[in-house]
Design a protein around this ligand. Structure first.
Ligand code: DOR
Length: 402
């Protein structure tokens, strides 16, 4: 019998997760990240290549995939760098990287600053049918900013990153996509202006897709000042935290309520293709320091679902839209079939409290510690067949319960 308090869903696909191995295993490993993913309902995750060394050679792609296969947990897909060493000077061997199994290319953590090089990356992507994922940020404009530039940063006396630092980069990337063709995916969009630029580009027929994170859908820059009210909540009713908590420091930064509303509108009208976590675990030595010294990033795999369900409860988008942005949306971006063996049972109303001990991820860096959230994934079935490009289906072989 079906339990009316549960919802069945395909397994979630995360286009953007940082697994930190090799190089930063104190923050996360492939094994802990892949298990945390299952905890959050993500049966497939794409590992970002900003490791040390960066994933810029076929050998490193192969090593990542074999470690992931041995680790169990979520299916891990490899994203390789666009440029050698993520240094932004010369293209990596994209053809060889794709042959080794990379599903997409990104220098995430930073943009490809040189527009000519980025044009070439898009031209390769066009001829080879590959996906380029860009982190849109004008580094000169964002400079030493540590949060969104606006009234809150002025009050706190923190250097800001203006919305224009993202929007000028999005405009550049779209202009280059128009010029070069190729599949451009813009990740972690955070401003109303960015969403509008992508909306217009799609209407024009440019082959662009984009994603947004759960934290940018749920939190505003007032969280840096201590607010802990979700965007849909009355801030007067939610107890505050101290200001300057580095767990709120993330790149792109948490933006204004108007930006959050525009992201939801973009989700609801299909401008935004996917919800991706930008799971960015960090060791406490990199986070428990002064705000301006702290690393950027929020550990997000295990809290993604309850955050976005909050917006559904507020009526900002339907459950169907949100689940689509976690499943069919990212599958379409990657050009893959949904793995048919990956199934979830979701309990949208289940309440649970986020604690450091309760998180499977080694990354405890989230401003949600101590917070009671609504919604979790109860059962996860994950198919173990290889991920195939469109046309193939996968069979279920393993069931993991919680
Ligand atoms: O907050 C972030 N953390 N944004 C990024 O672009 C990179 C990421 C990381 O690797 O820690």
């Amino acid at each position: 019998m079906t339990d009316p308090a549960t919802v069945n869903s395909p397994g979630f696909i995360d286009l953007h997760a940082h697994l930190r191995e090799p190089g930063f295993e104190e923050a996360e490993t492939i094994a802990t990240g892949a298990r945390a993913a299952i905890g959050g309902g993500f049966t497939t995750i794409c590992a970002m290549p900003n490791t040390e060394p960066a994933i810029d050679s076929p050998g490193l792609v192969a090593e990542l995939l074999s470690r992931a296969a041995a680790a169990g947990g979520a299916r891990v897909l490899a994203i390789a760098t666009i440029t050698r060493g993520r240094r932004g000077k010369e293209l990596a061997d994209l053809v060889e990287l794709a042959a080794a199994g990379a599903v997409a290319f990104s220098d995430d953590g930073a943009p490809v600053e040189d527009p000519r090089l980025f044009r070439h990356a898009l031209e390769y992507a066009r001829t080879l049918g590959l996906l380029v994922i860009e982190h849109p940020q004008d580094l000169a404009l964002s400079a030493k900013g540590v949060m969104h530039e606006g009234a809150v940063s002025a009050r706190l006396g923190l250097p800001g990153m203006p919305a224009a630092a993202e929007e000028t980069a999005v405009a550049r990337d779209l202009a280059l996509a128009r010029l070069a063709g190729g599949r451009l995916h813009l990740t972690h969009l955070s401003t109303a202006g960015s969403v509008e630029l992508v909306r217009r580009a799609k209407a024009e027929g440019i082959a662009v897709s984009c994603d947004v994170t759960p934290h940018h859908l749920a939190m505003t820059d007032t969280w840096v000042a201590g607010s802990r009210a979700f965007a849909w909540e009355d801030p007067h009713k939610i107890p505050s935290a101290p200001p300057y908590e580095s767990s709120t420091k993330v790149n792109p930064p948490l933006r204004t309520l108007a930006d959050v509303r525009a992201l939801w509108e973009g989700l609801a009208d299909g401008t935004i293709d996917a919800i991706a976590t930008d799971h960015a675990p960090h060791a406490s030595v990199r986070k428990d320091v002064e705000y301006d010294q702290a690393a950027f990033g929020i550990s997000g795999l295990e809290t993604a679902l309850p955050l976005v369900l909050g917006g559904v409860r507020a009526g900002w988008a339907s459950l169907e839209v949100v689940l689509g942005a976690l499943t069919t949306g990212p599958a379409r971006v990657l050009g893959i079939e949904l793995p048919s063996g990956d199934r979830l049972v979701v309990e949208p109303d289940h309440e649970w409290t986020v604690t450091a001990e309760g998180l499977i991820s080694k990354g405890k860096n989230t401003p949600l510690l101590g917070r009671t959230l609504q919604g979790r994934v109860r059962d996860v079935a994950i198919g173990r067949a290889r991920m195939e490009k469109k046309g193939a289906g996968l069979g279920a072989e393993a069931i993991a319960g919680r």
